[in-house]
Design a protein. Structure first.
Length: 261
């Protein structure tokens, strides 16, 4: 009889151990589920961020890009502190790190305001107006621009002074003169040409003619260097203001949303 009693007690102790172990397993499973949920939420957040980044890159590379004006070479069309939205799809986006351009829905047009990478400065991006197309004959006499022999009406041009001086950097024009190179050719800022724009190249000028380093000085621009056509001003403020927080206190509200022509 004693032996049976011992066996019963042992059995009772064993059963109690099993019940205790079962109760402890519950919280461990719950903690595992919470960890999995947190891990899944983090991965979902990372995936969403990655998708958003890829979409941003696609938009920036192929559709639209933003720039800010930091010089007065396009005054009064563009002012220092204007933030620009540039349409890259209009003339076809360029594949990064190549000279290859994808087809756009239009071609560069005379009068367009375009953003481009100039050949004379690797780390610079410029914005100028397209003045001369391939095959055009250009000339300037006393600040008046002549296109294919006809004087041009340019209401957008700003004249701030007299800078009519011989500039040795302009001697590149000698190779493109209509009548061929001339040893007596001494171009100035306001008097130069007539010269012919060769195939595949463009002549760019700033609207602020007396304060713009443009094709008159650094030469013709290859078409593949264009990055896009300026579409509109999405923000503007007076960067030259001495007021505190000028991006808040000196906002040019009347310019925001303006189309650039």
């Amino acid at each position: 009889m004693a032996k049976k009693g011992q066996r019963k007690k042992a059995k009772g102790r064993g059963g109690g151990a099993k019940k205790g172990a079962a109760k402890k397993a519950g919280p461990r499973k719950s903690a595992a589920k919470k960890t999995d949920a947190r891990s899944g939420g983090l991965m979902e957040w990372v995936r969403s961020l990655a998708v958003a980044f890829v979409i941003f890159l696609i938009l920036r590379i192929f559709l639209i890009e933003t720039y800010v004006i930091d010089s007065g070479s396009m005054k009064n069309t563009l002012l220092v502190g204007d933030f620009l939205a540039v349409n890259k799809l209009a003339i076809g986006p360029r594949i990064p790190f190549t000279n290859i351009r994808l087809p756009g829905y239009s071609e560069p047009r005379r009068g367009d305001i375009l953003v481009f990478d100039p050949h004379h400065e690797e780390d610079m991006t410029l914005v100028k107006r397209l003045i001369g197309m391939p095959g055009d004959t250009l000339e300037m006499r006393d600040k008046v621009l002549y296109l294919n022999g006809e004087a041009q009406d340019e209401p957008y041009v700003a004249i701030i002074g007299d800078r009519d001086q011989v500039d040795p950097q302009m001697y590149w024009q000698n190779q493109n003169l209509v009548d061929g190179p001339d040893v007596n050719y001494h171009p100035t800022w306001d008097n130069w040409g007539p010269l012919v724009v060769p195939e595949g190249h463009y002549f760019m000028m700033g609207d602020n003619r007396d304060d713009s380093l443009d094709s008159r000085v650094w030469g013709l621009l290859e078409g593949w260097r264009f990055k896009g056509r300026v579409a509109f001003i999405y923000f503007s403020y007076d960067r030259d203001s001495f007021s505190p927080f000028p991006w808040i206190t000196e906002v040019r509200g009347s310019r925001i949303g303006d189309r650039v022509r």
